[in-house]
Design a protein around this ligand. Structure first.
Ligand SMILES: O=P(O)(O)OC[C@H]1O[C@H](OP(=O)(O)OP(=O)(O)O)[C@H](O)[C@@H]1O
Ligand code: HPA
Length: 187
C-alpha cells in the first residue's frame, strides 16, 4: 500500500517522515525543563554543556535556548579510525579547551545508538575529573545500546532504523532538514 508520509530523497535512498518539527521541539522543551529542575538551584556552580559536532548542532541550539540557568558552552569533535593493533577501532576527542576538573558537565549528542562514541567521550572526559558528567541526547536507541554509561537525558527513545534530519546525516546530506526522517522500506 502506498504510504502518505512525506518523503525525501538523499543520494540513492528514500526517507519518510518519522518525527515532525513540532513534536521534536516539544520533546526538547520537556528535556530542558528536566535539566532546569536538576541544575537550576545554583548548587552546581556554572555547568558546562559540551556539544558533539557535527550532528548535535541543531539540537544543541534548540536545547540551550531553553536552559534558564547561567551556563557555558563548548564543542568537541570525535574522530574514529581503525588502529593497526588488535584493539580495533579507536576514537579520539578533539577540541575541548576548558579545564573541566570539579565542574558539572553535560555532553550533548544528536543520537546514541551502540554507545561506542559516547563511551569514548565519557571515558575521556571522566579522566579529567569533572564533579559530575551526564549525557543529553536528542535520540536514543535503547535496543542497540551496548555501553555501561547511563543516558540520563534522552529527549526521545526510538526503535531501530536509520534516521536523518535535524542535524543527522546520510553520507553528508540531510542535516538541514527540520523534521526527522527514517529510511523507507524498499518496495
Ligand atoms: O552510539 P553510536 O553507535 O556510536 O552512534 C552515534 C554517533 O554516530 C554519529 O556520529 P558520526 O560519526 O556519524 O558523526 P556526525 O556527528 O558528524 O554525524 C552521532 O553523531 C553519534 O556521535
Ligand atoms: O540513525 C542514524 N542516523 C545518522 N547517523 C547515525 N549515527 C548513528 N546512528 C545514526
Amino acid at each position: 500500500m502506498h504510504s502518505e508520509r512525506p518523503r525525501v530523497r538523499l543520494h540513492d535512498r528514500t526517507f519518510e517522515l518519522a518525527v515532525p518539527h513540532g513534536e521534536i521541539i516539544g520533546k526538547i522543551e520537556a528535556l530542558a525543563a528536566r535539566i532546569n529542575a536538576d541544575y537550576g538551584d545554583g548548587s552546581r556552580g556554572i555547568p558546562l554543556f559540551v556539544g558533539v559536532l557535527n550532528g548535535a548542532f541543531m539540537f544543541f541550539a534548540e536545547l540551550l535556548q531553553r536552559i534558564s540557568f547561567p551556563c557555558e558552552v563548548s564543542f568537541v569533535r570525535l574522530s574514529s579510525y581503525h588502529g593497526t593493533t588488535s584493539t580495533g577501532s579507536v576514537t579520539e576527542v578533539f577540541g575541548l579547551r576548558e579545564n573541566i576538573e570539579a565542574r558539572h558537565v553535560i555532553v550533548v549528542e544528536d543520537i546514541v545508538e551502540t554507545g561506542e562514541s559516547i563511551r569514548a567521550l565519557t571515558d575521556s572526559l571522566a579522566a579529567m575529573n569533572p564533579a559530575t558528567l551526564e549525557v543529553a541526547t536528542l535520540l536514543f536507541k535503547p535496543a542497540s545500546y551496548r555501553n555501561y554509561f547511563p543516558i540520563r537525558y534522552p529527549a526521545m527513545e526510538i526503535s531501530d532504523g536509520f534516521i536523518v534530519g535535524f542535524g543527522l546525516d546520510y553520507d553528508g546530506l540531510g542535516r538541514n532538514l527540520c523534521d526527522i526522517y527514517r529510511l523507507a522500506k524498499e518496495v
